[in-house]
Design a protein around this ligand. Structure first.
Ligand SMILES: CC(C)(COP(=O)(O)OP(=O)(O)OC[C@H]1O[C@@H](n2cnc3c(N)ncnc32)[C@H](O)[C@@H]1OP(=O)(O)O)[C@@H](O)C(=O)NCCC(=O)NCCS
Length: 361
């Protein structure tokens, strides 16, 4: 087989390094993202039980619970509720299922916004059961998903996914093959071990010095409605809060143990809103300080407070989601969190324009 890198397309296999463990594939130096020429970008495929011919793959858009039943486990747990057919949600889930010779093999799950919603149709997950992978099921599901969205009037599809898993490279290959735009980084997700952060003794975890006659650190649960209203009014007047970091956008189910705020002369000027995840991790979801206070590191006072509370409550792991369009936060996370990271991943966003795909189905 020939190398599929655009730079080498058509180049004879003699340019490539044979990849042991991945039958039928050869690798050139540019294809391999590993440090060694011998390391392929992907792990070897699991042994394929039998070859799948395109005619063996059948797709369907289930319209009854019985038709969807075998596929509800083929998505992330937090999207499972979207697989209920028919749906009673505010969005209209779109499921495309695949079977191979009648055996459930894969699911593409997305949603079409109801009229009046700004968001475009979204692909939430694409899944092929391990036994059927690398035989075109995922690509077929994606193509049919495009056609189904186009048939419902969609002109654009958006997807967000996380890097760092071997299979994200396979997903990216499907995006590329089926005409999506180049994926763009959106967010860094860092999970770090507090014990390791403590061992580094970073400056932001050392004692804070501030004017206690003007500033106070309070748990978010003690912030009054009047203080929140005053914050909204202040923002309406001066537009000083980054749109995606306004606390009211993240307050649902916040973690009362670690979420906290800074008051200056009684007014809310900084906050860290966190969520306690099911696996025991504390996620630092949203943090912000008034632009005039940012250079004093006010958010770091709150990070320290949150970490102190985590330790009091025997919590060990913290997760930071850092939007890449906030460079200062990203630099902080890279400097202080990444070295202690249990994992460091980025979420990517990608779009597909469908106007030329309007094929009747
Ligand atoms: C990503 C996923 C859906 C791909 O499904 P699939 O049915 O294997 O996809 P395809 O057979 O159509 O393969 C598409 C491309 O991925 C690559 N690929 C897939 N599996 C591979 C494997 N095991 N080894 C190497 N390459 C592989 C190939 O490059 C292939 O492109 P090609 O046909 O041009 O060679 C599947 O791996 C999966 O379900 N992963 C877990 C869920 C997930 O992470 N989904 C993505 C984010 S939501």
């Amino acid at each position: 087989m020939r190398c599929s890198s655009p730079a080498f397309s058509g180049a004879p296999a003699v340019l490539a390094t044979p990849c042991t463990g991945w039958p039928g594939r050869t690798w050139c130096r540019r294809c391999s993202t590993g440090t060694s020429e011998k390391s392929p970008a992907f792990p070897p495929s699991p042994p394929t039980p039998f070859p799948i011919f395109p005619a063996m793959i059948a797709t369907q858009v289930p319209t009854t619970a019985a038709e969807a039943a075998d596929f509800t486990g083929m998505t992330f747990p937090h999207y499972k509720h979207l697989t209920a057919v028919p749906s009673h949600l505010d969005i209209t889930p779109l499921l495309v299922t695949a079977t191979v010779d009648g055996v459930p093999a894969g699911l593409a799950l997305g949603a079409i916004p109801k009229p009046g919603y700004q968001a475009p149709p979204t692909l939430f997950s694409l899944y092929t059961a391990p036994a059927f992978r690398h035989q075109g099921v995922g690509t077929r599901l994606m193509e049919v998903f495009h056609h189904e969205v186009a048939a419902r009037g969609g002109e654009l599809i958006r997807t967000i996914y996380m890097t760092g898993k071997d299979v994200s490279a396979h997903f990216e290959r499907i995006l590329e093959k089926t005409g999506w735009e180049k994926p763009q980084p959106r967010m860094a997700a860092i999970k770090a071990d507090l014990r390791q952060i403590r061992a580094m003794n970073p400056p932001w975890l050392q004692e804070r010095r501030f004017d206690a006659s003007r500033f106070s650190i309070v748990p978010w649960r003690e912030i009054t409605d009047a203080q929140k209203d005053a914050l909204r009014r202040s923002h309406e007047a001066d537009r000083w809060i980054a749109e995606d970091l306004a606390p009211w956008k993240h307050e649902a189910n916040y973690d009362p143990v670690t979420s906290c705020a800074v008051l200056r002369d009684g007014a809310l000027v900084s906050w860290v809103i966190n969520h306690h995840l099911a696996d025991g991790t504390t996620r630092f979801t949203c943090s912000f300080a008034h632009p005039r206070l940012q250079r004093y590191g006010v958010v770091m006072w709150l990070y320290k407070e949150a970490v102190d509370q985590m330790e009091k409550h025997n919590r060990r792991f913290g997760m930071w989601t850092v939007p890449l369009h906030h460079p200062a936060m990203h630099a902080f996370a890279t400097r202080w969190m990444k070295p202690c990271a249990v994992y460091f991943r980025e979420t990517m966003g990608c779009e597909k324009i469908l106007t030329s795909d309007r094929i009747p189905v």
